[in-house]
Structures are given as C-alpha cells and as structure tokens.
Design a protein around this ligand. Structure first.
Ligand code: BES
Ligand code: ZN
Ligand code: ZN
Length: 498
C-alpha cells in the first residue's frame, strides 16, 4: 500500500488537526530533556499530557509518542548528531523509513519542523539541496511496486506540512522534487516490471507514451532498421528471442539556447539468461533488471523535460533479450559491429558490452559534447565495490570529478576505478579486433575498456557500471524492497550543475 501524497509549505504556526503527526529534530543536543520541554512549551501543548519519560530514552536517538486522546496523535523526536558520521543521506533515509511506519495508523497530516540550514551548511551545497533530501525521503519511502498484488488497498491521502523559514526556497524545492521523483518512479517501475511484460518493444512503447507528451522526440529502430544500419552487435545478442530487439533513441531539445549537448546511453537488456553461456537460476533471478541503465536514461530524459533543463540530451537505449534458441549467437562467433570493428564472442553472458558497442557508436555519431553510459555490466564491479556504489570509468578528470561530486550530493555514490590502457592487452583477440571476454581479474575494468573501442576518442566519455546499486539491496530504507532507479537523481544533480 502507498499513500497519495500531498506536500505543502505550512502556512500557520503549528496547529494540529485530529489524526496528525509531528516530526521534530533536535540537532546535536546533549540535554534533550530541556529542549523537548522548551519545544512543547512553545507549542502551547500542555506538558502534563506528555509523560516526559516517554521521550527520554538514553540509548536511542529517536522516540515516538502515541497519544490516545489528544492531538497530535503521534510525535516523533529524532536526534541528529552533526559529528563526523553525519551523512547527507540522514534525512532521506529517516523519512524513507518513517513513511511505511505510518500505514494503518490513521494519520492524515504530518507536520515536519525542519531544523535550521545553518547547522547543516557544511554538508549541503545549497539550502534547496538540504530540503530536497527530506522531500526525496518522503517520496522514496512511499514507493511500492504492487501492480501484481491482488489484495491491494485503496491508497489513503497523506498530507505533509513543512515548517520552514524560507517559503520561497521551500516552495520551489517541493515543486522540483515532485518532478524529479516522478521521473525516478517511472524509471523504477520500468526496472521492477518483470520481463514477461517488459519486452524490448514494450519498453519502447512505454517510453514513447511517457516522453512524447513531454515534447521529447522518441524514435525506435526496429529489426529491419537495425539491419539497414549494420547494428549487428544488437542483432546478434537479440537474435534468439521471439521478442525482437530494437534501439530506442530519444531527443530532448530545450526551447532556448542549449548550454551543452550530452548523449546518455543505457544498457537495455530486458532479460539476461546468459544466452548459450547460460547463468544458473540464482544468477537469473534479478536479470529482469538488466535494463536498469536504460531505465535510468529514460528516467533522466523525463526529468529533464519536466524541469525544462537548458541542455540538449540524446538518449540511446539498445533493448534486447539475451535468450537461447536456434538463432542464438554462439561462443566462437565473430560479429561486425556498426562501427566496422569486429568482436570475438567468447562468452554470450558478456552481452551488455556487445549491445552497447552499437549504441555508443551511434551516440558518438551524434557529435555530443560528452557521452555518459549507464549499465548493469558486470558482477565484478559488485565484487569490488559492494552494492552501495557504482563504478566510474573515464579518462576525463573534469568529468570524473563533477560526477563524483554529484554522486556524493545525491548519495547515488560513485567510485572511480583505474582505466589504464594496460588493460587493453587482456581483451585482445587472435581473430577479431577485440574479444568480449577478459581474464577473471579486473573484470569490470576490461568490460569498460571493451566499450572504449566504440566511443569516438575525441568526445569526453564516462562509463558507469551500476550493477550493484541499481538492484535492490539492504543498505538503506529506500533500496531494500524494489530495484532503485539508480542514476536519475545522480544525473539530474550533475545536469543541473552545468
Ligand atoms: N548482467 C550481467 C551483470 C550483472 C551481474 C548485473 C549481477 C547485475 C548483477 C552481465 O551481462 C554478465 O552476465 N556479466 C558477466 C560477465 C562475464 C561473463 C565476463 C559477469 O559479470 O559474470
Ligand atoms: Zn550477461
Ligand atoms: Zn547482462
């Protein structure tokens, strides 16, 4: 179950209606007892109705008080310590955990008293980004993918009233976060959708339907068009599926002069069985999400159009299913990609880099100022970094530093790995220009080096291997149950900083 959210600036003082909750943070305070007393006095809320001991649990930094008779019916008190362990995800993660706990409590209104920005300004670049973390947490905590649950309940209304001094900043941040989060939700819905429904053509249709109404031009190259364009890499990987491959391209052009033209490329493997180099069942379980890079790119296009970004964007998503059949591509095959370079297929499970070969070549031909790709490309990157960060591969230090910074702000974090040319030795082929398989060690890097063969070397390019953080994982409250939509918040922070 999720709520129908309504988030607004609070106009009045704190005035409670029945069935309301209050969230109040106390920052870096040792004497919680005194400040809580003061706070309730300032509220004109009779202290006699609150048993102080309920608030003061020395072991915990969080407390909830439930009242049977008086309003507000729930008060959450949260202590935030601004020490070296403070993370920019503190508020996002807190609210993401709080929202599900409000279910079935019959709460209609939640008041949030935002602490003063001054205390947090070392951690957030702007006041707006500080507020944004709370709003994102509320949205993310409310995300569900329950299309296939038959006992769904009707969503209840839940209003948030945000108490904050600067109404103007608050209002615009609420509006922007609503747009951003609707794009994140769109990406998440695509990634979470099982492959039985989300075939390559269904991905293309949903993209067209959603983005066309926002003024983004969506063009889909079908199988015949792929043949015409010699996109044999995409055709090889998609060859065994009854659900034919396609290339989804998207074009967003701002109304005024664009500050930059950026191409975004996303791996769109709607299902990765491994092909003839078949995966074991456990390895296949999450492989409906092997189009998460494509989902992120589509989500970014939506966010950019909704927020009317002054940047021209080209989105490129090769959509395929890596299946098994009489027309499977095979270990030992040589495929000539659209760029003319030949690929020796040594393992059909290293399919992402093959479809991206044609997509990156196409992106390069559009002559963008930079190219950024997103792909659930390797298990090796998850071995290296775990599930909480994506691998960043680029030779361009400016691009790397800007992306790392946006990763830290959005808490969709990146970690830069080596990208030296030495690794090219490991993907040499005796019979083709490049092999799609390197040795076991450094697997995420050799995958990136393979991609480099298909990017115009004059164009700054970054490759993001998102295999860890794009797929659901237990590291925080909003990534636990559903695939995450990783990349949309990160990239919007980056694009908005240009
Ligand atoms: N889609 C997988 C990578 C992956 C693994 C994504 C786990 C998310 C979670 C990719 O196509 C793949 O199978 N890669 C192989 C490459 C190997 C054959 C060189 C891998 O990582 O094992
Ligand atoms: Zn694979
Ligand atoms: Zn894959």
């Amino acid at each position: 179950m999720h709520f129908n959210l309504n988030i607004n600036p609070a106009k009045d003082e704190l005035i409670f209606k029945p069935d309301s909750a209050l969230v109040k943070f106390f920052v870096d305070t040792e004497k919680l007892e005194r400040v809580v007393d003061e706070f309730f006095l300032s509220l004109n809320y009779p202290l006699g109705k609150i048993q102080k001991k309920n608030f003061l649990d020395k072991k915990s930094d969080e407390f909830a008080y439930y009242s049977q008779t008086d309003e507000p019916s729930v008060i959450f008190v949260k202590k935030s310590k601004l020490d070296k362990d403070f993370s920019v995800d503190f508020f996002r993660n807190y609210f993401a955990g709080l929202i599900p706990s409000l279910k079935k409590k019959n709460i209609k209104t939640v008041h949030i008293v935002v602490p003063s920005f001054g205390d947090f300004k070392n951690h957030f670049e702007t006041e707006s980004k500080f507020l944004q973390t709370m709003l994102e947490g509320i949205h993310l905590g409310n995300y569900t993918f329950d299309n296939y649950k038959s006992d769904k309940e009707k969503p209840e209304e839940l209003s948030f009233l945000i108490h904050y001094t600067d109404q103007k900043v608050l209002k615009s941040t609420i509006e922007n976060s609503n747009k951003l989060m609707s794009a994140v939700f769109f990406a998440r819905d695509l990634v979470n959708e099982p492959a039985i429904t989300l075939t390559p053509s269904e991905l293309a249709n949903r993209t067209k339907k959603e983005l066309s109404k926002l003024g983004v031009k969506v063009t889909v190259f079908n199988k015949a068009e792929l043949k015409k364009r010699n996109m044999n890499a995409i055709l090889a990987v998609g060859g065994a599926s009854n659900n034919h491959p396609c290339l989804i391209t998207m074009h967003y052009k701002p109304t005024g002069k664009a500050k930059k033209k950026i191409a975004l490329v996303g791996k769109g493997v709607c299902y990765d069985s491994g092909g003839l180099s078949i995966k074991p069942t456990a390895g296949m379980l999450e492989m409906k999400a092997d189009m998460a890079g494509g989902g992120a790119v589509i989500g970014i296009m939506k966010a950019a159009a909704m927020m009317q970004l002054p940047i021209e964007l080209i989105g490129v998503v090769p959509a395929v299913e890596n299946m098994i059949g009489g027309s499977s591509f095979k270990p030992g095959d040589v495929v000539i990609a659209a760029s003319g370079k030949s690929i020796e297929v040594k393992d059909t499970d290293a399919e992402g880099r093959i479809v991206l070969a044609d997509a990156l070549h196409y992106a390069s031909q559009q002559k963008p100022d930079e190219i950024i790709d997103f792909a659930t490309l390797t298990g090796a990157v998850v071995v290296a970094l775990g599930e909480i960060a994506a691998g960043l591969f680029t030779k361009d230090d400016r691009l790397a530093n800007d992306l790392l910074k946006s990763g830290n702000q959005s808490f969709e974090r990146l970690w830069r790995l080596p990208f030296w040319n030495d690794y090219n030795e490991m993907i040499k082929s005796d019979i083709a220009d490049v092999s799609n398989l390197g040795p076991r060690w450094g697997g995420a890097i050799t995958a990136g080096k393979f991609l480099e063969h298909f990017v115009d070397e004059k164009i700054p390019w970054a490759h993001l291997d998102i295999a860890g953080p794009a797929i659901k994982h237990k590291s925080n409250n909003y990534t636990e149950k559903f695939d995450t939509g990783f990349g949309v918040r990160l990239m919007m922070d980056y694009l908005l900083s240009i």
